[in-house]
Design a protein around this ligand. Structure first.
Ligand code: NAD
Length: 255
Protein backbone atom coordinates (compact mmCIF):
# COMPACT_ATOMS: atom_id res chain seq x y z
CA UNK A 1 0.00 0.00 0.00
CA UNK A 2 1.33 3.46 -0.90
CA UNK A 3 0.17 5.92 1.73
CA UNK A 4 0.72 9.06 -0.34
CA UNK A 5 -0.42 7.96 -3.81
CA UNK A 6 -2.02 10.94 -5.56
CA UNK A 7 -0.71 13.48 -3.01
CA UNK A 8 1.07 16.59 -4.27
CA UNK A 9 3.51 17.97 -1.71
CA UNK A 10 5.93 20.91 -1.66
CA UNK A 11 9.11 20.38 0.36
CA UNK A 12 10.85 23.59 1.51
CA UNK A 13 14.30 23.53 3.13
CA UNK A 14 16.62 21.09 1.39
CA UNK A 15 20.17 22.52 1.37
CA UNK A 16 22.15 19.28 1.20
CA UNK A 17 21.88 15.54 1.82
CA UNK A 18 22.02 16.05 5.60
CA UNK A 19 19.00 18.37 5.63
CA UNK A 20 16.04 17.08 7.60
CA UNK A 21 13.88 18.13 4.62
CA UNK A 22 15.83 15.70 2.42
CA UNK A 23 15.11 12.76 4.73
CA UNK A 24 11.46 13.82 4.80
CA UNK A 25 11.38 13.96 1.00
CA UNK A 26 12.76 10.44 0.75
CA UNK A 27 10.09 9.09 3.09
CA UNK A 28 7.37 10.92 1.14
CA UNK A 29 8.70 9.70 -2.23
CA UNK A 30 8.84 6.11 -0.95
CA UNK A 31 5.08 6.30 -0.37
CA UNK A 32 4.27 7.59 -3.85
CA UNK A 33 3.95 11.36 -3.23
CA UNK A 34 4.58 13.78 -6.11
CA UNK A 35 7.13 16.33 -4.94
CA UNK A 36 8.11 19.89 -5.71
CA UNK A 37 11.22 21.18 -3.93
CA UNK A 38 12.00 24.81 -3.17
CA UNK A 39 15.52 26.09 -2.60
CA UNK A 40 16.71 29.29 -0.97
CA UNK A 41 19.10 30.73 -3.60
CA UNK A 42 21.74 30.00 -6.27
CA UNK A 43 24.26 29.16 -3.54
CA UNK A 44 22.50 25.85 -2.87
CA UNK A 45 20.86 25.35 -6.28
CA UNK A 46 23.36 22.90 -7.81
CA UNK A 47 23.61 20.78 -4.67
CA UNK A 48 19.84 20.57 -4.41
CA UNK A 49 19.49 19.79 -8.13
CA UNK A 50 21.75 16.74 -7.82
CA UNK A 51 19.54 15.40 -5.04
CA UNK A 52 16.23 16.26 -6.70
CA UNK A 53 17.33 14.53 -9.92
CA UNK A 54 17.40 11.23 -8.01
CA UNK A 55 13.62 11.41 -7.39
CA UNK A 56 11.50 10.58 -10.45
CA UNK A 57 9.35 13.49 -11.77
CA UNK A 58 10.38 15.85 -8.95
CA UNK A 59 10.90 19.50 -9.89
CA UNK A 60 12.51 22.41 -8.08
CA UNK A 61 11.62 26.08 -7.79
CA UNK A 62 13.39 29.00 -6.11
CA UNK A 63 11.82 30.56 -3.01
CA UNK A 64 13.47 32.85 -0.50
CA UNK A 65 10.86 32.98 2.27
CA UNK A 66 11.76 36.55 3.24
CA UNK A 67 10.51 37.75 -0.17
CA UNK A 68 6.71 37.92 -0.58
CA UNK A 69 6.92 37.93 -4.40
CA UNK A 70 8.89 34.66 -4.29
CA UNK A 71 6.10 33.02 -2.27
CA UNK A 72 3.43 34.43 -4.61
CA UNK A 73 5.34 33.14 -7.65
CA UNK A 74 5.64 29.76 -5.94
CA UNK A 75 1.87 29.64 -5.45
CA UNK A 76 1.36 30.38 -9.19
CA UNK A 77 3.87 27.72 -10.27
CA UNK A 78 2.41 25.08 -7.92
CA UNK A 79 -1.08 25.77 -9.25
CA UNK A 80 0.16 25.30 -12.80
CA UNK A 81 2.19 22.20 -11.97
CA UNK A 82 -0.15 20.37 -9.58
CA UNK A 83 -3.61 21.94 -9.71
CA UNK A 84 -4.50 20.90 -6.16
CA UNK A 85 -1.85 20.87 -3.42
CA UNK A 86 -2.12 18.39 -0.52
CA UNK A 87 0.95 18.99 1.62
CA UNK A 88 3.51 21.58 2.71
CA UNK A 89 6.75 20.64 4.47
CA UNK A 90 8.34 23.74 6.04
CA UNK A 91 11.85 22.90 7.27
CA UNK A 92 13.46 26.33 7.36
CA UNK A 93 15.18 28.39 10.04
CA UNK A 94 17.95 30.93 10.40
CA UNK A 95 19.65 33.01 13.07
CA UNK A 96 23.03 34.74 12.93
CA UNK A 97 25.86 32.66 14.41
CA UNK A 98 26.72 35.43 16.88
CA UNK A 99 23.19 35.22 18.31
CA UNK A 100 23.64 31.48 18.97
CA UNK A 101 26.26 31.76 21.68
CA UNK A 102 26.77 33.62 24.91
CA UNK A 103 23.91 35.34 26.70
CA UNK A 104 20.41 35.69 25.25
CA UNK A 105 20.16 39.06 26.95
CA UNK A 106 22.62 40.41 24.36
CA UNK A 107 20.35 39.62 21.38
CA UNK A 108 20.21 42.57 18.97
CA UNK A 109 16.95 44.06 17.67
CA UNK A 110 17.69 43.17 14.06
CA UNK A 111 19.03 39.69 14.95
CA UNK A 112 15.79 39.03 16.83
CA UNK A 113 13.68 40.29 13.91
CA UNK A 114 15.64 38.30 11.31
CA UNK A 115 15.42 35.02 13.26
CA UNK A 116 11.66 35.49 13.72
CA UNK A 117 11.07 36.50 10.11
CA UNK A 118 12.80 33.46 8.59
CA UNK A 119 12.10 30.88 11.30
CA UNK A 120 8.53 31.71 12.38
CA UNK A 121 6.73 34.25 10.16
CA UNK A 122 7.72 32.36 7.02
CA UNK A 123 5.36 29.53 8.01
CA UNK A 124 2.47 32.00 8.21
CA UNK A 125 3.45 33.66 4.91
CA UNK A 126 3.68 30.32 3.11
CA UNK A 127 0.43 28.99 4.60
CA UNK A 128 -1.34 32.23 3.67
CA UNK A 129 -0.39 32.05 -0.01
CA UNK A 130 -0.61 28.28 -0.49
CA UNK A 131 -3.65 27.16 1.50
CA UNK A 132 -6.07 28.28 -1.24
CA UNK A 133 -4.46 25.56 -3.42
CA UNK A 134 -5.45 22.90 -0.86
CA UNK A 135 -8.90 22.50 -2.33
CA UNK A 136 -9.10 18.81 -1.36
CA UNK A 137 -7.91 19.38 2.23
CA UNK A 138 -4.28 19.22 3.26
CA UNK A 139 -1.50 18.86 5.78
CA UNK A 140 1.09 21.48 6.69
CA UNK A 141 4.07 20.67 8.90
CA UNK A 142 7.08 22.47 10.28
CA UNK A 143 10.19 21.66 12.31
CA UNK A 144 10.77 22.81 15.88
CA UNK A 145 13.05 22.10 18.85
CA UNK A 146 12.81 21.73 22.64
CA UNK A 147 14.51 25.14 22.99
CA UNK A 148 11.03 26.60 22.31
CA UNK A 149 9.88 25.63 25.80
CA UNK A 150 13.09 25.37 27.83
CA UNK A 151 15.93 27.84 28.12
CA UNK A 152 18.78 25.88 26.51
CA UNK A 153 22.37 27.00 26.41
CA UNK A 154 23.33 28.87 23.21
CA UNK A 155 19.96 28.26 21.48
CA UNK A 156 18.94 31.75 22.58
CA UNK A 157 16.93 33.75 20.03
CA UNK A 158 16.19 30.62 18.01
CA UNK A 159 14.33 29.21 21.03
CA UNK A 160 12.18 32.33 21.18
CA UNK A 161 11.54 32.09 17.43
CA UNK A 162 10.58 28.41 17.79
CA UNK A 163 8.12 29.35 20.56
CA UNK A 164 6.53 31.80 18.09
CA UNK A 165 6.54 29.07 15.46
CA UNK A 166 4.78 26.57 17.75
CA UNK A 167 2.15 29.17 18.71
CA UNK A 168 1.70 29.93 14.99
CA UNK A 169 1.07 26.22 14.39
CA UNK A 170 -1.83 26.34 16.86
CA UNK A 171 -3.33 29.54 15.43
CA UNK A 172 -2.99 28.32 11.85
CA UNK A 173 -4.50 24.95 12.80
CA UNK A 174 -7.47 26.74 14.36
CA UNK A 175 -7.96 28.94 11.27
CA UNK A 176 -7.50 26.29 8.60
CA UNK A 177 -9.27 23.33 10.22
CA UNK A 178 -12.54 24.50 8.69
CA UNK A 179 -11.02 23.80 5.25
CA UNK A 180 -9.89 20.34 6.34
CA UNK A 181 -6.30 21.55 6.47
CA UNK A 182 -4.19 20.32 9.41
CA UNK A 183 -1.11 22.07 10.79
CA UNK A 184 1.46 20.34 13.01
CA UNK A 185 5.10 20.48 14.08
CA UNK A 186 7.74 17.86 14.71
CA UNK A 187 10.10 18.62 17.58
CA UNK A 188 13.27 16.77 16.62
CA UNK A 189 16.18 15.89 18.84
CA UNK A 190 19.53 17.44 17.88
CA UNK A 191 20.88 16.27 14.50
CA UNK A 192 24.17 17.29 12.90
CA UNK A 193 23.11 19.42 9.90
CA UNK A 194 24.22 22.68 8.30
CA UNK A 195 21.84 24.68 10.54
CA UNK A 196 23.10 22.88 13.66
CA UNK A 197 26.68 23.89 12.81
CA UNK A 198 25.80 27.44 13.83
CA UNK A 199 25.02 26.38 17.42
CA UNK A 200 27.99 26.56 19.75
CA UNK A 201 29.00 23.34 21.58
CA UNK A 202 26.61 21.24 19.51
CA UNK A 203 28.67 18.09 20.17
CA UNK A 204 28.09 18.32 23.90
CA UNK A 205 24.32 18.56 23.28
CA UNK A 206 24.48 15.32 21.26
CA UNK A 207 26.48 13.63 24.02
CA UNK A 208 23.95 14.61 26.69
CA UNK A 209 21.12 13.13 24.62
CA UNK A 210 23.04 9.88 24.18
CA UNK A 211 23.49 9.64 27.93
CA UNK A 212 20.08 10.83 29.14
CA UNK A 213 17.42 10.05 26.52
CA UNK A 214 15.28 6.98 27.28
CA UNK A 215 16.40 5.37 24.00
CA UNK A 216 20.06 6.26 24.78
CA UNK A 217 20.78 7.47 21.28
CA UNK A 218 20.46 10.60 19.17
CA UNK A 219 17.78 11.20 16.56
CA UNK A 220 18.22 10.03 12.97
CA UNK A 221 16.83 12.13 10.13
CA UNK A 222 15.00 9.07 8.75
CA UNK A 223 13.00 8.87 12.01
CA UNK A 224 11.86 12.44 11.45
CA UNK A 225 11.18 11.62 7.78
CA UNK A 226 8.85 8.76 8.64
CA UNK A 227 6.92 10.85 11.21
CA UNK A 228 6.55 13.59 8.60
CA UNK A 229 5.22 10.98 6.19
CA UNK A 230 2.64 9.96 8.81
CA UNK A 231 1.64 13.62 9.24
CA UNK A 232 1.24 14.07 5.48
CA UNK A 233 -0.85 10.89 5.23
CA UNK A 234 -4.46 10.12 6.00
CA UNK A 235 -3.31 8.05 9.00
CA UNK A 236 -2.91 11.29 10.99
CA UNK A 237 -6.28 12.73 9.90
CA UNK A 238 -7.43 13.41 13.49
CA UNK A 239 -4.30 15.32 14.54
CA UNK A 240 -3.88 19.08 14.22
CA UNK A 241 -2.24 21.93 16.15
CA UNK A 242 0.13 19.40 17.71
CA UNK A 243 3.85 19.23 18.43
CA UNK A 244 5.09 15.65 18.03
CA UNK A 245 8.45 14.76 19.59
CA UNK A 246 10.91 12.66 17.62
CA UNK A 247 13.79 12.91 20.07
CA UNK A 248 14.46 9.43 21.55
CA UNK A 249 12.20 10.57 24.41
CA UNK A 250 14.67 13.18 25.69
CA UNK A 251 11.99 15.80 26.51
CA UNK A 252 10.31 13.60 29.16
CA UNK A 253 13.39 13.21 31.34
CA UNK A 254 13.89 15.25 34.53
CA UNK A 255 17.27 16.61 35.54
P1 NAD B 1 19.49 22.75 7.10
O1 NAD B 1 20.52 23.84 7.18
O2 NAD B 1 19.78 21.60 6.23
O3 NAD B 1 18.07 23.37 6.69
C1 NAD B 1 17.72 24.71 6.93
C2 NAD B 1 17.13 25.22 5.63
O4 NAD B 1 16.61 26.53 5.79
C3 NAD B 1 18.18 25.28 4.50
O5 NAD B 1 17.71 24.51 3.41
C4 NAD B 1 18.20 26.75 4.13
O6 NAD B 1 18.43 26.96 2.75
C5 NAD B 1 16.80 27.16 4.54
N1 NAD B 1 16.63 28.61 4.64
C6 NAD B 1 17.26 29.46 5.50
N2 NAD B 1 16.89 30.72 5.22
C7 NAD B 1 16.00 30.65 4.18
C8 NAD B 1 15.27 31.62 3.43
N3 NAD B 1 15.38 32.93 3.68
N4 NAD B 1 14.45 31.19 2.43
C9 NAD B 1 14.34 29.87 2.16
N5 NAD B 1 15.01 28.91 2.83
C10 NAD B 1 15.83 29.31 3.82
O7 NAD B 1 19.29 22.30 8.62
P2 NAD B 1 18.17 21.36 9.28
O8 NAD B 1 18.73 20.98 10.60
O9 NAD B 1 17.70 20.34 8.34
O10 NAD B 1 16.99 22.40 9.59
C11 NAD B 1 15.66 22.22 9.15
C12 NAD B 1 14.67 22.62 10.24
O11 NAD B 1 14.76 21.69 11.31
C13 NAD B 1 14.92 24.00 10.85
O12 NAD B 1 13.68 24.59 11.13
C14 NAD B 1 15.62 23.65 12.16
O13 NAD B 1 15.49 24.66 13.14
C15 NAD B 1 14.84 22.40 12.52
N6 NAD B 1 15.43 21.55 13.56
C16 NAD B 1 16.73 21.12 13.43
C17 NAD B 1 17.27 20.33 14.42
C18 NAD B 1 18.71 19.88 14.33
O14 NAD B 1 19.28 19.49 15.36
N7 NAD B 1 19.33 19.88 13.16
C19 NAD B 1 16.49 19.95 15.53
C20 NAD B 1 15.17 20.39 15.63
C21 NAD B 1 14.65 21.20 14.62
Amino acid sequence: MSLLEGKNIVVMGVANDRSIAWAIAQSLASQGAKLVFTYENERVEERVRKLVNTIPDAVMLPCNVTVDEDIEKLAGSLKEHFGALHGIVHSIAFARTEELEGLFVNTSRDGFALAHDISAYSLVAVAQKLYPLMTEGGSIMTMTYLGAERAMKNYNVMGVAKAALEASVRYLANDLGQFNIRVNAISAGPIRTLAAKGIKDFNSILKTVEEKAPLRRTTETAEVGDTAMFLMSNLSRGITGEVIYVDSGYHIVGV
